[in-house]
Design a protein. Structure first.
Lengths: 142, 260
């Protein structure tokens, strides 16, 4: 029973007269670098979602004709939107890298009784990322 | 003149204090001294009332886990000189997120209850008679679960896990890794029973994959890996229950390669 002022009659828990239970601060994630990195990794999903929304808006503009699409392109050139997209790009890359680095944790692949080294799981992920990115770049820039 | 270091320790007596207050001790630093040696020095020479747990002083018993400068550590395996070199004081606190009974001693009954909940023993549908002899296991089958079996219940992973602190009902890293240790054991047939216990937000789905449990584990058990692999098994099991609604009765969950 924590945070109670001392009284004459102790409050009994299961095994001990009293114990002290520290309070966990709302800002627990600020104190430690790893925790901060974790929270940033979690927040990055918001920016991933933002890019998905952006793509859906782009598709809608594309369907509505050339006028709507040029209006959409113009909107994209707004400095505020550019700023948001730069921040989003940073977070999406952060998201991808941390995701690929964590993939070997979740996948314990065994070949002939031996566990594959972590690099054998993460490397194909990175390779796929590069290939898909190159494909997209070729489509967009050709 | 030999080096000294200031050791800061929160003192808490349930009979006297409403909350802990820090006390500073000056302790000599020898090259071969670990944090536990400093505590023993304090108890022997400076203040016999200092209370803390320890036993084997060789990283096997798992009882001397403490926060050393905010990091969960086995105090028997953490050299004092690492901190003396900074010239600063070293702060030794009870493991985070646990209730404190006295000084550096944490309350473990909740942890022990959680361990028991995952049924960490061999579950069998049939109990073969002793006359049939022992269960045989190949080195490969041992390798499957050996890493998860190295846990010494030091609870460092609980002190590293923010989910444990924020959501006290979470079963926690060591207990889930222990469940996985038995799931992966070729002699065990209880994977489905344990999955039913852990397939909840209090169990595997409570984990947000901070990954700190794995980083602080002194025995390299990799609880974070165990939990993520468990999630994968649970997700596949869920998919299977859709594809083959009747298949669940057959013990097809994670039972590949079981010894007959």
């Amino acid at each position: 029973m924590p945070e109670k002022p001392l009284s004459k009659a102790p409050i009994y828990t299961e095994f001990h007269p009293r114990w002290y239970r520290p309070h966990v601060s709302v800002y627990w994630w600020l104190g430690q670098r790893q925790y901060l990195k974790f929270i940033l990794r979690e927040i990055s999903s918001v920016f991933v979602a933002w890019f998905v929304v952006l793509m859906l808006l782009q598709l809608r503009a594309l369907r509505s004709g050339p006028d709507a699409y040029s209006r959409f392109s113009h909107w994209l050139q707004n400095p505020l939107v550019i700023a948001i997209n730069i921040v989003s790009l940073f977070f999406v890359i952060f998201h991808a890298i941390t995701w690929f680095n964590l993939a070997p944790r979740a996948m314990a692949v065994r070949v002939r009784g031996k566990q594959l080294p972590e690099i054998m799981i993460s490397a194909p992920n990175y390779a796929m990322w590069v290939v898909v990115s190159a494909g997209v770049a070729w489509l967009v820039l050709r | 003149m030999k080096d000294t270091i200031i050791v800061e320790i929160p003192r808490y007596s349930p009979e006297r204090d409403a909350e802990p207050h820090f006390q500073r001790f000056e302790v000599p630093v020898y090259k071969e001294w670990v944090v536990l040696d400093a505590l023993n020095y304090i108890k022997d020479k400076l203040d016999g009332s200092l209370t803390y747990r320890w036993s084997c002083r060789m990283g096997i018993c798992g009882s001397c886990g403490m926060m050393v400068n905010g990091e969960p550590k086995l105090s028997c395996a953490t050299f004092l000189s690492t901190y003396a070199r900074n010239g600063a004081a070293v702060r030794v606190e009870p493991l985070r997120y646990f209730p404190v009974i006295r000084d550096l001693v944490t309350e473990l009954s909740d942890f022990l209850a959680k361990l028991k909940r995952v049924k960490p023993w061999l579950l069998r549908e049939d109990e073969p008679s002793l006359a049939q002899g022992e269960f045989l296991q190949t080195p490969e089958q041992l390798e499957e679960y050996k890493q998860f079996s190295m846990c010494i219940n030091c609870t460092l992973c609980y002190a590293a896990c923010p989910v444990v602190g924020l959501d006290p009902v979470f079963v926690g890293p060591a207990a889930i890794a222990l469940a996985q240790r038995y799931n992966k054991d070729s002699r065990d047939e209880g994977a489905e029973e344990r999955l039913a216990i852990l397939e909840h937000p209090e169990g595997i789905w409570g984990c947000t994959f901070v990954g700190e449990c794995t980083r602080v584990c002194p025995k390299h058990v990799d609880p974070a890996g165990a939990i993520q692999q468990y999630k994968l098994t649970a997700a596949l099991d869920w998919v299977k229950s859709f594809v083959m609604p009747l298949g669940r009765k057959n013990k097809d969950v994670d039972h590949a390669g079981k010894a007959a």
